[in-house]
Write a protein that binds this ligand. Sequence first.
Ligand code: TRP
Length: 363
Amino acid sequence: MRGKTLGENADAQLSALGAAIGLGPATDEVRALVRELLGGSGNWPLDHPRWPSEVADDHSPLEYSVAFDAQGVPTLRVLVECLAEQPSPRANQQAALAAMARLHSTLPLSLDRFAAVSGEFLPEDPTGPFSVGFSVVARPDSTPVLKVYLNPNARGPMLAPALVAQALDRLGFIGGEQQLRSKMRGLHTMDRYSFFALDLDDRPAARAKVYISHYHATGADVRRAATASREGNAVEVSEFCARAAGTDGPLDGRPLVSAYTFLEGDGATPSGYSLYVPVRDYVSDDTVALDRTLNLARRYGITPDAVRGAVEAVRGRDLAAGPGLIAHLSLRTGPPRPGMTVYLSAEGYGMAQPSTASRVGAA
Ligand code: TRP
């Protein structure tokens, strides 16, 4: 069921994923939104990537994830980087803003908070691989919502803390960046700001999220990172890390990532904490990654069949052929919705080259 173009492939995988997790009619809405976000790049053939997107290891500009919780209603998310017909950092940034303007007419987007913070993140000459990304977030029986990701390194890494600080302050989370920094091991070296995300809807729980990558980190480091949040479960995230990565670290492959969730009224201290483990760098192949995922599912009261179904829906090859289909596993602790999320690579361009970083715990 593989498509010939980026868009057809995404469409087929989304239909299968939506069916596997019982998304119902919202599946079609997600397919349409992803088509819209891909724009002209949806028609590109899958012979080779036209732009080295960092969304996925094979340079696909999209990645799926399914957020599971003990209540049993999964959420489907699709992370998409908008690519221009003639891609460049600036042209892709413009393509993303144009897509957002188009979607504004079909979705109930609330752009006030985006307008309040985005300027600093959108220089005319953005540094780095991306400046704006989106995720489409869908649950059964409701209209999908959109989340936007900005790049704190868009003006270079040295300015990332200032960009994050200013954005949090403007949203009313005054002093939030200093709070996050107080738990870091080494800003710019061991710990780096990687994404700044906003929900673009106006639900009361609309949130801001700050992502920090931790290089060569251990379970003890993530325990400490979680304590920068109010309700993050520090003990459980380090347990999750050890089980997902198969080791207590240090994790010398791709970095662990912390995400802090700021909800209305949070002030400097975020409510929630999520940990992302790039499991693909810490397994020999996806059979091992799936085993770990299923064991974790049981631990969190998630039906293993739901997880298996999602993996099957996206899989286009033998799991034993190598790692990479299951890209990240994440544990969400504290509000708004605790649970585990499984990130699945589209592998539209095929399996990615293994990371050059040494792999730990490969078994
Ligand atoms: N592929 C990139 C990475 O691994 C970006 C990315 C995609 C990512 N999905 C993610 C990062 C989930 C953290 C969590 O870093």
